[in-house]
Design a binder for this molecule. Structure first.
Ligand code: MG
Length: 331
């Protein structure tokens, strides 16, 4: 069977079933299946570990993104996973594979982006590896973080009746990508600077996650990397629940609506299925929705955790299945 037929989720399950990956317990507090692994840490804290890979032509095209932005994005996507666990980033380890004819100055820019992103969120590059590649450039970031045991946020804690909240806007990053595809980098950046920026310099929600967790009212949390339609089912599966999302409550920016018109795409669809938003998805105690919104800032209630399947409710009251987002290995 080919990887493209199996898919990423089934691949991970297959490897786990063969006993290649440690299970939670016996030293590993939380293993695979959440945004980061959780290990016992110093001074009674938990240590968080996550790793993320970006590959040229799969995750980005070099003509669309500067080396600085690429460095920033590589680190931001890993820091977002630490935020999703309720933690604070601590140390960053980039492993990079570059073509031998890469200009040294562009490697400086790449590392400037990585270092600035790490420092912006309290982390620091502490090591890593460099290698040469014959094909496409590859970047793998291992990000460490820490969290107090009573503040850790897992995907598995959602309860029926919880409200579903997301930070920021959804679909901006995906529309930025679509604009780059359609118009090329110069025109896309001139017409829709914010949307392209959302795609190339994502801002992980570290402070918002800490503020949300501080309310004590968040039962489950993850970050949106593959799109709401792909990520919400992961949270629901981990918690053994279903969900209803209200299409007309999805936080859609005015700029996304304008872009959707120009792209001849549906703004709601972009918001529901677009990947790389790196916003937080939370299941929140229904009595404390307002306090979480107040603590986090720009945050929107978009649905409810239910006993049953995952559906999107449209403005006419009909319900449909939530469109899935990004699937690795799909062709
Ligand atoms: Mg994640």
């Amino acid at each position: 069977m080919k990887l493209s037929e199996l898919g990423e989720e089934a691949l991970i399950k297959r490897l786990a079933e063969q006993g290649f990956i440690a299970k939670s317990g016996s030293g590993l507090i939380v293993g695979i299946g959440d945004d980061a692994a959780v290990l016992p840490g110093p001074d009674g804290m938990y240590t968080l570990v996550t790793t993320d890979m970006l590959t040229e032509r799969i995750d980005y095209l070099p003509e669309w993104i500067t080396p600085y932005e690429l460095g920033w994005k590589c680190v931001a996507v890993s820091i977002s996973d630490i935020a999703a666990m309720g933690g604070l980033p601590t140390w960053t380890f980039p492993s990079i594979g570059l073509k031998p004819d890469t200009e040294v100055e562009s490697v400086d820019e790449l590392y400037r982006g990585m270092a600035e992103c790490a420092r912006r969120f309290g982390s620091e590059i502490a090591g890593g590896d460099t290698n040469s590649v014959k094909g496409d450039d590859t970047f793998s970031i291992t990000q460490l973080g820490q969290v107090e045991p009573d503040k850790i946020m897992l995907r598995s804690g959602a309860k029926i009746g919880d409200r579903i909240l997301v930070t920021g806007h959804l679909g901006d990053s995906r529309s930025g990508l679509e604009l780059l595809l359609k118009y090329g980098t110069e025109e896309a950046r001139r017409k829709f600077a914010h949307l392209v920026e959302s795609h190339v310099i994502p801002m992980p929600r570290v402070q918002e996650a800490r503020a949300a967790v501080g309310t004590g009212a968040v039962h489950a949390m993850m970050d949106l990397s593959d799109g709401l339609g792909a990520d919400l089912p992961k949270l629901c599966k981990a918690s053994g629940v279903g969900a209803v999302i209200y299409a007309d409550k999805l936080p859609i920016s005015d700029e996304l609506r304008r872009a959707a018109d120009m792209l001849d795409m549906d703004a709601t669809q972009l918001a529901a299925s677009g990947g790389e938003d790196f916003e937080l998805l939370m299941a929140v105690d229904p009595a404390a929705v307002d306090s979480v919104i107040l603590a986090c800032g720009s945050t929107t209630e978009i649905g409810e955790i239910v006993d049953g399947v995952i559906q999107m409710s449209l403005s006419d009251g009909t319900r449909q299945s939530l469109t899935s987002g990004w699937e690795h290995f799909a062709q």
